[in-house]
Design a binder for this molecule. Sequence first.
Ligand code: HPA
Length: 280
Amino acid sequence: MSRKSRVEGRGLAASTTRVVAKASKLRPRLAIVLGSGFGPVLERVEVEKEIPYAKLPGFPQTAVPGHAGKLVLGKLGGTPVAVLSGRAHYYEGHSMAEVTFAVRVLAEFGIRDLLLTNAAGGVNRRFRPGDFMRLTDHLNFMGTNPLRGPCPPGLKRFLDLSQVYDPALGGLLDKAARTARVRWHRGVYLALSGPTYETPAEIRAFAKLGADVVGMSTVPEAIVARHLGLRVAAVSCISNQAAGLSPHALSHDEVLATAKDASRHTGALLEEFARLYGRP
Ligand code: HPA
């Protein structure tokens, strides 16, 4: 995206926000981005309004199986929420501005807290498919940064990332994980551009660098959300052991199949988190 279109992009976020605001009277403070395999969470949402991404100017169309594109306004665990079902990925060819556009709209809409979810490969040898991990920090190996380029007036040029993932929201996730009885970890997410999976040599290197899981999303949205002053929390569902740690080859089908098996736990975890968020 050119400088001009990025500046226009900010105006577009404001006009897309008006479309969302007109669709419903609901004004949630919490938004949840559903990653690969987290879609079944929607079955637990009391839906007030669904808006397909096609009706939201600036929202990129996503084409990855398991990533249906719609914005849902409703209640989860009795708490008003905005749910983004499906996200745009950098590996699809979208620019970082496009990948993070939805977060700008959410911030403009009045969202204060953002829960990002994803499927990830387990680098930590203690992690098993079907386990969950909340992010305590990340390593950005995507080769770019979503804040590269002109800095909007009033926002920080050099953003502090000492604490991207909010400890208070993390505490609520820990509590929700105990109630939902999921196998639970805390750790570091390493983000790559994809779309290939990693080589075993890369995974051995990333383990030495401190990564617990690897994935292809979440970090751009987390950075932009922090820039806009939102509190951020993030959860990975471990869909597979990373390359070289298990005898078989990796596939997106395996990622989706594990996520599907874990969907009852995923739903219980997110519903309990939303409930606790509404009444801590
Ligand atoms: N690597 C990168 N991204 C992923 C993986 C993986 O093993 N599993 C799910 N998303």
